[in-house]
Design a protein around this ligand. Sequence first.
Ligand SMILES: NC(=O)c1ccc[n+]([C@@H]2O[C@H](COP(=O)([O-])OP(=O)(O)OC[C@H]3O[C@@H](n4cnc5c(N)ncnc54)[C@H](O)[C@@H]3O)[C@@H](O)[C@H]2O)c1
Length: 369
Amino acid sequence: MKRWRTVLVGAGVRGSTHLKGVLENKDRYQVAGLCDLDIKKTNILKEKYKLSVPVYEDAETMLRECKPEVLIFVTHPDVRLEMVKLAAKYQVQAVSMEKPMAQSLAEACEIKKICEENHMKAVVCHQQKYLKQMQEMKRRIVAGEIGEIKKIHVETQPWMAQLGTHYVDYALWAAGGQRAKWVIGHAHGRAELGDSHPSPDFLEGEMLLENGVRVYLECGYLSESHHPEEYADIDNRITVYGTRGYVWAETDGYWGAFTSQTQGELLTGKEPGWYHHQEKQIQTPYYTEFADWLDDDKKIHSCNVEISYHGYEILEGMCLSALNHVRVDFPIAKLDYEPVLTRMKKEFPDIGTKPRILYDGKEPREEYD
Ligand SMILES: NC(=O)c1ccc[n+]([C@@H]2O[C@H](COP(=O)([O-])OP(=O)(O)OC[C@H]3O[C@@H](n4cnc5c(N)ncnc54)[C@H](O)[C@@H]3O)[C@@H](O)[C@H]2O)c1
């Protein structure tokens, strides 16, 4: 079996998780180099996984010297396009990046275009699909337990660029790979526009999928908290309603099912959830699926750049709808407008919301007014 020559940029929290996922597919990948602006972090990873590979502070030097076939970059959202351009320059065959895929739709579009023009396969890390409760939700849907899908409701306490980007993707996935025809949206709140994952504090939108299913999405502090006592940083839920029942799943492991197979009962339960899976690795099947796609063009990865771009376009469409007071139809063809995040910074009134510190599971959560 071919082992793909692979390098990693970004040796932070998620970089370590990605590397573990690659190493747990050792017959599919061969790690050739590690890079971080902070060389101490690469050395820590090298030591942690007992690797004898060169380490770099500069991604371009690594690409030039290591000549990888696969580039994984696990950086913050402001470092995406430059990595994709580098990958194309050094004729990398495939890239794997974290979410959100960009900071504007124009940038996301350029990333997709560079990948297409250079025949580079690309994935964006919406990997929570591999969580057991998500797989089980999907299994019940595919088995027809809820009948024909009618509506999907997405709620994420973390804001658009944190978990909204994940859950719009999971809504499309749950609906069977559908595309949206149009969206409408509302957005407000300036506090998270200054975050490393800039977003309005709250975004709410509705979309119509091509198969007639409606999706309602809420991301940010006004969405319902299902478990306020725990996991404030990942509190979320996707609920899929059909003609014969409904199912839901959450990142933190909770799930529910009221279907044609549950004998009139609402079944609920909890899988180990996100923090457990950080160790037990949902990143491993993610990289198995990536290698399968690299080996066989027909086995397209479920987190491919094309569907990720559409997810980004949907969130952008909701923001545009909120700013311009119009319905937004897809595809969004003209991208030469002022970026929505720039406009929100200028146009949104200060309503006194405060930033929260999320995403490490330890920091206390600041209250909103
Ligand atoms: N998919 C998920 O479930 C999930 C979960 C958490 C975070 N994330 C995403 O993962 C990404 C990274 O998050 P993190 O928590 O690992 O961040 P982090 O700050 O811990 O790590 C990022 C690393 O990238 C390095 N870096 C930045 N620019 C670089 C460059 N040009 N060259 C080399 N190194 C560079 C930084 O020095 C840093 O060490 C974010 O986009 C975040 O949204 C995804």
